[in-house]
Design a protein around this ligand. Structure first.
Ligand code: ZN
Length: 215
């Protein structure tokens, strides 16, 4: 699957936060709606709050940010199932902030095809630097190629891990062994099971998610 489509790399070869915000694995065309500009930047942090995404059948399939969820709602792709008691304002309208949305058309999500994206790797690694084992906000994490690309390391689930900038700089173009670093755990592809667990983890503060995730 097109890993590159989900990633952006800055001039220093690091993955950048722009790759955040992808919703469905491979389901949105490249002409996605990331450029929609609906909401004033004042509510930027609220717009990053997690929203649970349900399939048309109410099966939880993903987590996205409020901003992206509202774009899907405005496009008529999804509708809100649960709302926060807050509103955000665009030029002409007030919009209730969604907590859970549901896709109006059923999407077939193949079990093993979670998109290889920065977002999903940070989710898998629970925003924990895999070398110093500290938890960071997404903006303070990059992706590290365990075997560096310069040494033939590839961009795969098994060779990419969440990494803080300090450890990333420290490791440089070396393997973990060469740099005297140890991986917190062996990187593996995302499974539906980890996915569900992670949704619960992300949603633990939001009671509205519970009935969809059965916990
Ligand atoms: Zn670190």
């Amino acid at each position: 699957m097109g890993a590159n489509r989900h990633m952006s790399v800055d001039s220093r070869g690091r993955y950048t936060p722009e790759a955040m915000g992808e919703v469905m694995p491979g389901s949105e065309g490249p002409a996605g709606s990331r450029s929609h500009n609906l909401i004033s930047p004042r509510r930027a942090s609220l717009m990053q709050e997690p929203v649970l995404v349900l399939n048309a059948t109410y099966e939880p399939i993903n987590v996205t940010a409020v901003r992206r969820a509202m774009v899907l709602m405005l496009k008529g792709v999804a509708q809100a199932e649960e709302m926060h008691n807050t509103e955000v304002h665009s030029a002409a309208h007030a919009h209730k902030v969604p907590s859970v949305i549901r896709l109006l058309a059923y999407r077939h999500i193949p079990q093993q095809s979670r998109a290889l994206s920065r977002k999903n790797i940070l989710l898998r690694d629970r925003n924990t630097c895999q070398f110093c084992v500290r938890v960071f906000p997404s903006s303070e994490l990059t992706l590290d190629h365990v075997v560096p690309r310069s040494r033939g390391g590839r961009s795969t689930w098994e060779n990419l891990v969440a990494c803080c900038y300090r450890c990333n700089n420290n490791k440089g173009d070396r393997t973990p062994e060469e740099a005297g670093l140890k991986l917190a755990r062996k990187p593996r592809p995302f499974t539906l099971h980890t996915s569900r667990q992670l949704m619960r983890l992300i949603g633990h503060r939001d009671e509205r998610w519970r009935k969809y995730l059965f916990y």
